[in-house]
Design a protein. Structure first.
Length: 313
């Protein structure tokens, strides 16, 4: 039912990137994170072997609006989804640490501030009031059964882009709960990775266990973040971890993942915030369109991976 078609014509392995400091945060007094976007379909801790990036599939569903519909046979399907795991990693000098807060439960959103590590003494603000940097993002409580925690909005985006550069499909992802879910493959090359003891270790321990105020809809504050040398991933079977390709014509496209797309979070380097994969979509009987019974699903082939690049095709 869920057959994967992979043709890796060329592979560009993960490479180091040049660090630049945004002018707005150029003070030598702070140590910033650096968010690196992994290739779509790669599990957390991607080592550079693209043949192991198999966390994706083509899923045909009955209800086009369902956040996480059960995959069915073509005869019963009315929509087709390309599902894939996405992973973001912090390879910077300081942790990504975000504090959310609201004044009372009548407010359905929390505003978010980013806490930045002090380079001189290693300290980092312990709460929302002392966090140095306001952001344009926010958190809200997602009541769906598989979530029931506070989601950080607009942290990551994904889209399908044509060879002409036109975005043909965008995601419907509604938020993220950030924490230390895995260690990055090149952690030995990074400085300032949390040790076994001290404030960094305590923060990392907190982020490893972070569930973003799970089952606490009345919470007035929340913490989210990723330590240096760690990453946060979202499996391909999670709600909205897909693009609807039902109406996408046969052709070659770029599947693009981007973290911190609007740069509301301060980083040392924004050049590695996107990664992409070139893929082909071929409909044996022509794209049938939404809400029609699908005689056969499309054949999707992953062609090559382009870490650190928005365009791959």
């Amino acid at each position: 039912m869920l057959k994967k078609y992979i043709s890796l014509a060329a592979v560009i392995l993960m490479t180091a990137v040049t660090t630049t400091v945004p002018s707005s945060d150029a003070s030598p007094q702070v140590l910033l994170p650096d968010l690196r976007q992994a290739l779509p379909g790669c599990a957390g801790g991607f080592s550079g072997d693209v043949l192991k990036c198999v966390d994706w599939d083509v899923c045909m569903v009955i209800d086009p609006a369902a956040p996480n519909g059960r995959c069915v046979l073509p005869a019963a399907a009315r929509a087709v989804r390309l599902r894939f795991t996405s992973s973001e990693e912090n390879i910077g000098d300081g942790p990504l640490l975000l504090y959310g807060r609201r004044g009372d439960t009548a407010q359905n959103r929390m505003s978010v501030r980013q806490a930045l590590r002090n380079a001189a003494d290693g300290s980092i603000p312990p709460n929302y009031d002392e966090a140095q940097r306001p952001t344009r993002t926010f958190t809200y409580y997602e009541p769906a059964m598989d979530h029931q925690h506070w989601h950080l909005m607009n942290f990551e985006r994904f889209s399908l882009v044509s060879k002409q550069g036109k975005t043909v499909v965008t995601d419907r992802k509604n938020g993220f709960c950030l924490g230390d879910r895995f260690r990055v493959a090149d952690i030995d090359k990074l400085g300032r990775v949390p040790g076994e003891f001290g404030p960094d270790a305590e923060l990392a321990q907190r982020l490893r266990a972070n569930k973003c105020r799970h089952h606490e809809p009345d919470a007035l504050d929340v913490v989210e973040g990723i330590s240096v040398g760690s990453g946060d991933d979202y499996k391909y079977d999670v709600d909205f971890q897909w693009l609807d390709i039902t109406d996408v014509p046969s052709g070659t496209y770029d599947l693009v993942n981007t973290v911190n797309d609007d740069r509301t979070l301060a980083e040392t380097n924004y050049d590695n915030n996107s990664s992409s994969i070139a893929l082909s979509i071929e409909w044996p009987d022509g794209a049938p369109g939404l809400h029609e019974v699908l005689p056969r699903g499309p054949v999707v082939k992953f062609l090559r991976g382009c870490p650190g690049r928005k365009r791959c095709g």
